[in-house]
Design a protein around this ligand. Sequence first.
Ligand SMILES: [Cu+2]
Length: 157
Amino acid sequence: MAMAMAKAMDLPRQWTLCVFVLVLALMLVSGSVEAKHYRGSRTIMVGGDLHWKFGYNYTAWALTAGPFHVGDTLVFKYQPAQIGNITIVHNVNLLKDHKAFMKCDFKHAVEIADASRGPSGFEYTLTHHRSYYFACSERGGLHCSAGMMKFSVRPMK
Ligand SMILES: [Cu+2]
């Protein structure tokens, strides 16, 4: 009888312990989810402070800016520049594959942002674990070839 009483008295204490463990587990779970979310959602300015412009080596930039993850968002910032009476504009294209990327071949490319999208910063989220080939198609591909306005990324899962 006395033992049964003692057990009954212990119950609230056990219950408190149970709640404590549950809260601790929830904190751990939410913490790890947050950490995962944070790692997967970087916002990356393409070209850093130099933004998206002619004559900067974006392949080299991508190597230092990476690794990229699925869920990361790239920001392409660019605006028209005036050189003499020539206005230089930029855009963002996705090239079809590695071969097209190497040759700056825009035949099957998809323009994802035109010149008007640059000033506010065009945002593009890497949604898939696959290779992306970005390039500017201006001046018949000259911005891609001579201007080095191209880079590829393969975001990690
Ligand atoms: Cu360009």
